[in-house]
Design a protein around this ligand. Structure first.
Ligand code: 5GP
Ligand code: MN
Length: 328
């Protein structure tokens, strides 16, 4: 399928507003394949948070929404398209039609529940911490572990710590730690990566954080639920940029007794929401049933075209149905 050194053309794509696991896995695979002489292009459907722009190879990424024609041409000419960290073409917006229509072989590498089956081949399981962990496995199965250098290691390590909350979420396995140890052995400066990811925020983001905690965080003790709803006016007031609200959904979960935390944001064209839970509460089911979404058991997201008020109502009305998991 892939012929190293032959000039085979590869496209790697990942989901809407890619996070550190999405970009880390895409760029790790990019470096691995490019080093073997393949012609590789990473194409993201949208832009992404500045706090991951330092990842090696970031300057080579093509953003579909800014370069539609060029991205379409490259995709149409590809021999193989790797789809990383998502499993349904709706997750790559309009670029999904371009990928669907391309004649290339499509390979999905992902760790989210309920794949829709658009691909020709899949390297998929929900039993890993991150797509970066799967890329490590993929490289291993290709017999390429010895080719994992510091550059690839930095990309993989970044995605792993982001998707595991720095090794704290239940998806962290002994193997996750073993891979991390191996990457460290190969020269990855783990302290530096934590600094680049978590100590580079803007003052704007911190001010917004203060406002959200003080004014916007609501608690519903009977449902052990925390909720933050951000309107378009809230975003405008703080001149919110891509990435500024990332992680805000976790605030609620840090409160004693809270098992479900929701963040609902008016993104103008759409209302986007994120869910996080502790224990067995199925965030993916909540997102799939009411908000056109999905994800993992303890972390999911979705969207709605209804008004912010309607979406908040839908969320509140759904809580009684899910109370049995909140009462556990
Ligand atoms: P986040 O809240 O960080 O945006 O997303 C959390 C998890 O939910 C991620 O694993 C992500 O893939 C999934 N997710 C977020 N938004 C959507 C969506 O609109 N559709 C689906 N299917 N999954 C989503
Ligand atoms: Mn992921």
């Amino acid at each position: 399928m892939l012929r190293p050194g032959s000039g085979s053309k590869v496209v790697i794509t990942t989901h809407h507003k890619p996070d550190a696991d999405a970009m880390g896995s895409s760029l790790a695979l990019y470096h691995f394949l490019a080093e073997q002489g393949l012609e590789v292009q990473v194409i993201t459907p949208t832009d992404y948070a500045p706090f991951i722009h330092w990842l090696p190879g970031n300057d080579k990424v093509l953003i579909y929404e800014n370069h539609e024609e060029k991205a379409k041409e490259i995709t149409d000419n590809a021999d193989i398209i790797f789809c990383l960290d998502f499993n349904d073409l709706s997750r790559i917006n309009e670029y999904g039609d371009v990928v669907a229509q391309a004649s290339a072989i499509k390979v999905m590498i992902d760790h989210h529940r309920d794949p829709s089956g658009f691909e020709d081949y899949r390297f998929w399981t929900i039993d890993v911490s991150s797509t970066c962990e799967l890329i490590y496995d993929f490289i291993d199965k290709c017999g390429g572990v010895e080719l994992i250098d510091e550059t690839i290691g930095v990309c993989l390590y970044t995605g792993i710590i982001a998707d595991t909350g720095s090794f704290r979420f239940s998806s962290t396995s002994p193997k996750t730690h073993e891979i991390a140890a191996e990457l460290k052995r190969r020269g990855v400066n783990t302290t530096k990566i934590h600094e680049l990811l978590y100590d580079t925020f803007s003052l704007r983001r911190y001010r917004l954080m203060g406002y959200v905690l003080q004014e916007k965080l609501k608690i519903f003790p009977q449902y052990k639920t925390a909720l933050v709803v951000l309107s378009h006016e809230d975003l405008a007031k703080f001149n919110v940029q891509t990435g500024d609200t990332e992680g805000f959904v976790n605030f609620g979960l840090g409160i004693e007794g809270i098992k479900l935390s929701a963040l609902i944001i008016d993104r103008t064209k759409l209302i986007k929401m994120s869910f996080r839970s502790k224990g067995d509460f199925p965030c993916n089911e909540l997102a799939a049933k009411y908000f056109n979404g999905g994800g993992h058991l303890n972390a999911s997201g979705g969207f709605s075209k209804e008004s912010l008020e309607e979406v908040e109502k839908t969320f509140m009305n759904a809580l009684p149905e899910f109370k049995k998991w909140l009462d556990q």
